[in-house]
Design a protein around this ligand. Structure first.
Ligand code: C5P
Length: 316
Protein backbone atom coordinates (compact mmCIF):
# COMPACT_ATOMS: atom_id res chain seq x y z
CA UNK A 1 0.00 0.00 0.00
CA UNK A 2 1.23 3.53 -0.79
CA UNK A 3 -1.39 5.59 1.05
CA UNK A 4 -3.42 5.35 4.23
CA UNK A 5 -6.22 7.55 5.51
CA UNK A 6 -6.71 7.51 9.26
CA UNK A 7 -9.17 9.04 11.69
CA UNK A 8 -7.57 10.58 14.77
CA UNK A 9 -10.05 11.29 17.61
CA UNK A 10 -9.68 13.95 20.31
CA UNK A 11 -9.81 13.16 24.03
CA UNK A 12 -11.34 14.76 27.07
CA UNK A 13 -10.27 14.37 30.69
CA UNK A 14 -13.02 13.04 32.91
CA UNK A 15 -10.55 13.28 35.77
CA UNK A 16 -7.18 15.01 36.22
CA UNK A 17 -5.44 15.09 39.58
CA UNK A 18 -1.93 16.41 40.05
CA UNK A 19 -0.38 14.40 42.85
CA UNK A 20 3.33 15.21 42.80
CA UNK A 21 6.53 16.29 41.10
CA UNK A 22 8.79 14.08 39.04
CA UNK A 23 12.58 14.11 38.76
CA UNK A 24 12.22 14.73 34.99
CA UNK A 25 10.46 18.07 35.66
CA UNK A 26 7.01 16.77 34.76
CA UNK A 27 4.15 16.09 37.19
CA UNK A 28 2.86 12.82 38.59
CA UNK A 29 -0.73 12.62 37.47
CA UNK A 30 -3.79 10.42 37.86
CA UNK A 31 -6.14 10.97 34.96
CA UNK A 32 -9.13 9.33 33.34
CA UNK A 33 -9.05 9.92 29.61
CA UNK A 34 -11.89 9.45 27.16
CA UNK A 35 -11.90 9.42 23.35
CA UNK A 36 -14.60 11.48 21.68
CA UNK A 37 -16.16 11.50 18.24
CA UNK A 38 -14.49 14.75 17.19
CA UNK A 39 -11.59 13.80 14.96
CA UNK A 40 -8.99 14.96 12.47
CA UNK A 41 -8.38 13.06 9.27
CA UNK A 42 -4.77 12.20 8.43
CA UNK A 43 -3.69 11.17 4.93
CA UNK A 44 -0.30 9.49 4.73
CA UNK A 45 1.36 8.95 1.40
CA UNK A 46 4.72 7.30 0.71
CA UNK A 47 6.60 10.28 -0.70
CA UNK A 48 9.00 8.47 -3.01
CA UNK A 49 11.87 10.68 -1.85
CA UNK A 50 13.52 11.11 1.54
CA UNK A 51 11.48 14.12 2.64
CA UNK A 52 8.92 14.36 5.43
CA UNK A 53 6.32 16.91 4.44
CA UNK A 54 3.31 18.18 6.40
CA UNK A 55 0.31 19.97 4.93
CA UNK A 56 -2.63 21.26 6.94
CA UNK A 57 -5.77 23.26 6.18
CA UNK A 58 -5.62 25.13 9.51
CA UNK A 59 -3.51 28.32 9.58
CA UNK A 60 -2.45 27.91 13.23
CA UNK A 61 -0.87 24.50 12.71
CA UNK A 62 2.89 24.69 12.05
CA UNK A 63 4.22 22.66 9.12
CA UNK A 64 7.83 22.41 10.27
CA UNK A 65 9.76 20.39 12.85
CA UNK A 66 7.72 21.97 15.66
CA UNK A 67 4.64 20.01 14.50
CA UNK A 68 4.34 16.86 16.66
CA UNK A 69 3.07 14.86 13.64
CA UNK A 70 6.26 15.81 11.80
CA UNK A 71 8.27 14.78 14.88
CA UNK A 72 6.46 11.43 14.91
CA UNK A 73 7.51 10.77 11.29
CA UNK A 74 11.07 11.87 12.06
CA UNK A 75 11.15 9.51 15.06
CA UNK A 76 10.05 6.60 12.84
CA UNK A 77 12.70 7.51 10.24
CA UNK A 78 15.40 7.55 12.94
CA UNK A 79 14.26 4.39 14.73
CA UNK A 80 13.69 2.41 11.53
CA UNK A 81 16.41 3.73 9.26
CA UNK A 82 16.40 0.62 7.04
CA UNK A 83 12.69 1.03 6.31
CA UNK A 84 13.26 4.75 5.69
CA UNK A 85 16.03 3.89 3.20
CA UNK A 86 13.77 1.28 1.54
CA UNK A 87 10.45 3.15 1.41
CA UNK A 88 11.56 6.81 1.53
CA UNK A 89 9.82 9.72 3.22
CA UNK A 90 6.18 10.48 3.78
CA UNK A 91 3.66 13.19 2.88
CA UNK A 92 1.32 13.93 5.80
CA UNK A 93 -1.90 15.85 5.18
CA UNK A 94 -3.86 16.90 8.26
CA UNK A 95 -7.53 17.83 7.83
CA UNK A 96 -8.12 19.71 11.10
CA UNK A 97 -11.46 19.51 12.87
CA UNK A 98 -10.23 19.38 16.49
CA UNK A 99 -9.71 22.87 17.96
CA UNK A 100 -6.01 23.73 18.30
CA UNK A 101 -4.30 24.24 21.72
CA UNK A 102 -7.55 23.34 23.43
CA UNK A 103 -6.69 20.60 25.95
CA UNK A 104 -8.15 17.98 23.57
CA UNK A 105 -4.86 16.30 22.51
CA UNK A 106 -5.32 17.46 18.90
CA UNK A 107 -1.57 17.40 18.20
CA UNK A 108 -0.99 14.18 20.15
CA UNK A 109 -3.67 12.31 18.23
CA UNK A 110 -2.16 13.45 14.91
CA UNK A 111 1.20 12.08 16.08
CA UNK A 112 -0.43 8.80 17.14
CA UNK A 113 -2.02 8.49 13.67
CA UNK A 114 1.37 9.04 12.01
CA UNK A 115 2.96 6.30 14.16
CA UNK A 116 0.17 3.84 13.33
CA UNK A 117 0.08 4.78 9.66
CA UNK A 118 3.83 4.56 9.14
CA UNK A 119 3.86 1.19 10.91
CA UNK A 120 1.54 0.01 8.13
CA UNK A 121 3.15 1.98 5.29
CA UNK A 122 6.58 0.53 6.12
CA UNK A 123 5.33 -2.98 7.06
CA UNK A 124 7.05 -2.75 10.44
CA UNK A 125 4.68 -5.05 12.34
CA UNK A 126 4.96 -3.06 15.59
CA UNK A 127 2.50 -3.96 18.35
CA UNK A 128 0.18 -1.44 20.00
CA UNK A 129 2.34 -1.34 23.13
CA UNK A 130 5.48 -0.73 21.03
CA UNK A 131 3.69 2.14 19.30
CA UNK A 132 2.59 3.51 22.69
CA UNK A 133 6.20 3.36 23.91
CA UNK A 134 7.39 5.32 20.88
CA UNK A 135 4.51 7.75 21.41
CA UNK A 136 5.55 8.42 25.01
CA UNK A 137 8.83 9.93 23.76
CA UNK A 138 6.81 12.51 21.77
CA UNK A 139 4.30 13.63 24.41
CA UNK A 140 2.48 12.45 27.51
CA UNK A 141 -0.93 12.07 25.79
CA UNK A 142 0.31 10.24 22.68
CA UNK A 143 0.14 6.68 24.16
CA UNK A 144 -3.50 7.20 25.12
CA UNK A 145 -4.27 8.52 21.64
CA UNK A 146 -2.79 5.32 20.16
CA UNK A 147 -4.95 3.18 22.47
CA UNK A 148 -8.13 5.30 22.69
CA UNK A 149 -11.36 4.38 24.47
CA UNK A 150 -11.49 4.94 28.21
CA UNK A 151 -8.35 4.63 30.35
CA UNK A 152 -6.77 5.51 33.65
CA UNK A 153 -3.41 7.19 33.07
CA UNK A 154 -0.68 7.57 35.67
CA UNK A 155 2.97 8.63 35.75
CA UNK A 156 3.35 11.49 33.30
CA UNK A 157 0.10 10.33 31.74
CA UNK A 158 1.78 7.67 29.63
CA UNK A 159 1.10 4.62 31.83
CA UNK A 160 -2.31 3.30 30.88
CA UNK A 161 -4.82 0.90 32.44
CA UNK A 162 -7.77 0.17 30.24
CA UNK A 163 -11.19 0.89 31.79
CA UNK A 164 -14.57 -0.41 30.60
CA UNK A 165 -15.45 1.62 27.53
CA UNK A 166 -18.03 4.33 27.57
CA UNK A 167 -19.92 5.33 24.50
CA UNK A 168 -23.20 6.95 23.54
CA UNK A 169 -22.77 9.55 26.31
CA UNK A 170 -23.25 12.86 24.52
CA UNK A 171 -21.50 16.09 25.31
CA UNK A 172 -21.33 19.68 24.20
CA UNK A 173 -17.87 21.12 23.85
CA UNK A 174 -17.04 24.83 23.77
CA UNK A 175 -13.79 26.51 22.76
CA UNK A 176 -13.02 30.17 22.03
CA UNK A 177 -11.14 30.15 18.72
CA UNK A 178 -8.78 32.95 19.68
CA UNK A 179 -8.00 31.61 23.16
CA UNK A 180 -5.03 29.31 23.65
CA UNK A 181 -3.61 28.03 26.93
CA UNK A 182 -0.05 26.76 27.13
CA UNK A 183 0.03 23.38 28.88
CA UNK A 184 3.52 24.11 30.23
CA UNK A 185 2.25 27.41 31.68
CA UNK A 186 -0.74 25.74 33.36
CA UNK A 187 1.40 23.09 35.08
CA UNK A 188 4.07 25.62 36.06
CA UNK A 189 1.47 27.94 37.60
CA UNK A 190 -0.06 25.02 39.44
CA UNK A 191 3.33 24.05 40.86
CA UNK A 192 3.95 27.66 41.97
CA UNK A 193 0.61 27.92 43.74
CA UNK A 194 -0.04 24.43 45.04
CA UNK A 195 3.34 22.65 44.91
CA UNK A 196 3.62 22.65 48.70
CA UNK A 197 0.73 20.17 48.89
CA UNK A 198 2.34 17.61 46.54
CA UNK A 199 2.85 14.07 47.82
CA UNK A 200 6.60 13.44 48.16
CA UNK A 201 6.79 9.81 49.22
CA UNK A 202 6.84 7.24 46.37
CA UNK A 203 4.64 4.77 48.26
CA UNK A 204 2.10 7.48 49.01
CA UNK A 205 2.04 8.47 45.32
CA UNK A 206 1.31 4.86 44.34
CA UNK A 207 -1.37 4.64 47.05
CA UNK A 208 -3.06 7.80 45.77
CA UNK A 209 -3.13 6.44 42.18
CA UNK A 210 -4.56 3.14 43.49
CA UNK A 211 -7.22 5.03 45.47
CA UNK A 212 -8.41 6.79 42.32
CA UNK A 213 -8.39 3.46 40.46
CA UNK A 214 -10.77 1.96 43.01
CA UNK A 215 -12.56 5.27 43.62
CA UNK A 216 -15.97 6.73 42.78
CA UNK A 217 -15.26 7.88 39.20
CA UNK A 218 -14.04 4.44 38.11
CA UNK A 219 -17.07 2.87 39.86
CA UNK A 220 -19.36 5.25 37.98
CA UNK A 221 -17.65 4.21 34.71
CA UNK A 222 -18.03 0.51 35.61
CA UNK A 223 -21.77 1.14 36.10
CA UNK A 224 -21.98 3.24 32.90
CA UNK A 225 -23.69 5.77 35.14
CA UNK A 226 -23.74 9.11 33.32
CA UNK A 227 -25.32 10.96 36.27
CA UNK A 228 -22.60 9.77 38.65
CA UNK A 229 -19.83 10.42 36.10
CA UNK A 230 -21.16 13.98 35.71
CA UNK A 231 -20.97 14.54 39.46
CA UNK A 232 -17.46 13.13 39.84
CA UNK A 233 -15.76 15.12 37.06
CA UNK A 234 -12.56 16.70 38.37
CA UNK A 235 -9.68 18.73 36.96
CA UNK A 236 -7.04 20.32 39.21
CA UNK A 237 -5.85 22.60 36.39
CA UNK A 238 -9.14 24.52 36.63
CA UNK A 239 -7.66 26.07 39.78
CA UNK A 240 -5.12 28.03 37.72
CA UNK A 241 -6.82 28.38 34.33
CA UNK A 242 -10.31 29.57 35.40
CA UNK A 243 -9.12 32.53 37.51
CA UNK A 244 -6.82 33.65 34.66
CA UNK A 245 -9.39 33.29 31.86
CA UNK A 246 -12.76 34.71 33.00
CA UNK A 247 -14.33 33.87 29.60
CA UNK A 248 -13.68 30.18 30.26
CA UNK A 249 -15.10 30.43 33.77
CA UNK A 250 -18.24 32.12 32.40
CA UNK A 251 -18.69 29.44 29.74
CA UNK A 252 -18.40 26.79 32.43
CA UNK A 253 -20.94 28.60 34.63
CA UNK A 254 -23.40 28.89 31.74
CA UNK A 255 -23.04 25.17 30.96
CA UNK A 256 -23.63 24.41 34.67
CA UNK A 257 -26.85 26.45 34.67
CA UNK A 258 -28.39 24.47 31.78
CA UNK A 259 -29.14 21.33 33.80
CA UNK A 260 -26.43 19.14 32.27
CA UNK A 261 -25.07 16.03 34.03
CA UNK A 262 -21.80 17.82 34.76
CA UNK A 263 -19.32 20.25 33.25
CA UNK A 264 -15.53 20.55 33.36
CA UNK A 265 -12.54 22.00 31.56
CA UNK A 266 -10.59 19.42 29.54
CA UNK A 267 -6.83 19.03 30.18
CA UNK A 268 -5.12 22.40 30.45
CA UNK A 269 -8.08 24.02 28.65
CA UNK A 270 -9.41 26.27 27.46
CA UNK A 271 -12.08 23.92 26.08
CA UNK A 272 -14.96 23.14 28.42
CA UNK A 273 -17.37 20.24 28.01
CA UNK A 274 -20.79 19.42 29.44
CA UNK A 275 -22.11 15.86 29.68
CA UNK A 276 -25.71 15.36 28.60
CA UNK A 277 -28.40 12.71 28.98
CA UNK A 278 -29.11 12.49 25.27
CA UNK A 279 -28.20 13.87 21.86
CA UNK A 280 -31.39 15.97 22.02
CA UNK A 281 -30.37 17.53 25.32
CA UNK A 282 -26.87 18.23 23.93
CA UNK A 283 -28.36 19.99 20.87
CA UNK A 284 -30.67 21.98 23.16
CA UNK A 285 -27.80 23.01 25.46
CA UNK A 286 -25.74 24.06 22.43
CA UNK A 287 -28.60 26.32 21.28
CA UNK A 288 -29.07 27.79 24.74
CA UNK A 289 -25.35 28.52 25.19
CA UNK A 290 -25.22 30.07 21.71
CA UNK A 291 -28.11 32.35 22.65
CA UNK A 292 -26.46 33.42 25.88
CA UNK A 293 -22.99 33.87 24.32
CA UNK A 294 -23.66 35.15 20.78
CA UNK A 295 -19.91 35.53 20.19
CA UNK A 296 -18.74 34.07 16.85
CA UNK A 297 -15.38 33.40 18.46
CA UNK A 298 -16.96 30.64 20.54
CA UNK A 299 -17.05 27.32 18.69
CA UNK A 300 -19.59 24.77 19.98
CA UNK A 301 -19.70 21.10 19.08
CA UNK A 302 -22.12 18.31 19.91
CA UNK A 303 -20.22 15.05 20.08
CA UNK A 304 -20.17 11.76 22.01
CA UNK A 305 -17.83 9.36 23.75
CA UNK A 306 -16.38 6.57 21.60
CA UNK A 307 -14.62 3.28 22.33
CA UNK A 308 -11.67 3.52 19.96
CA UNK A 309 -8.53 5.50 19.17
CA UNK A 310 -6.92 5.80 15.75
CA UNK A 311 -8.69 3.98 12.92
CA UNK A 312 -7.63 3.29 9.35
CA UNK A 313 -10.50 4.19 7.03
CA UNK A 314 -8.92 3.51 3.67
CA UNK A 315 -5.75 2.31 2.00
CA UNK A 316 -4.61 2.39 -1.59
O1 C5P B 1 4.12 15.84 27.43
P1 C5P B 1 3.66 17.10 26.78
O2 C5P B 1 4.67 17.63 25.78
O3 C5P B 1 2.30 17.04 26.22
O4 C5P B 1 3.60 18.18 27.95
C1 C5P B 1 3.55 19.57 27.74
C2 C5P B 1 4.02 20.29 28.99
O5 C5P B 1 3.09 20.10 30.05
C3 C5P B 1 5.36 19.79 29.52
O6 C5P B 1 6.41 20.48 28.94
C4 C5P B 1 5.24 20.09 31.01
O7 C5P B 1 5.57 21.43 31.25
C5 C5P B 1 3.74 19.93 31.29
N1 C5P B 1 3.43 18.60 31.85
C6 C5P B 1 3.74 18.31 33.17
N2 C5P B 1 3.47 17.07 33.67
C7 C5P B 1 2.87 16.13 32.92
C8 C5P B 1 2.52 16.41 31.56
C9 C5P B 1 2.81 17.66 31.07
O8 C5P B 1 4.28 19.15 33.90
N3 C5P B 1 2.61 14.94 33.45
Amino acid sequence: MRSYTLVAPAKINLYLEIIGDRPDGYHELVMILQSIDLADQIDLHAGGNDNIRVRCDHPQVPLDGSNIAYRAAKLMATEFSEAFAKYGGVDITIHKHIPVAAGLAGGSTNAAAVLLGMNLLWNLGLTQSELEELGATLGSDVPFCVAGGTALATGRGEQLSVLPSLDKIYLVLGKYRSLEVSTAWAYKSYRQQFGSSYIRDQNDLAARAAAVHSGPMVKAILHQDGVEIGQKLHNDLERVVLPTYPQVLRLREIFASTGVLGTMMSGSGPSVFALCESKEQAEQVKLEVRERIPDEDLELFVTRMITHGIQVISSV
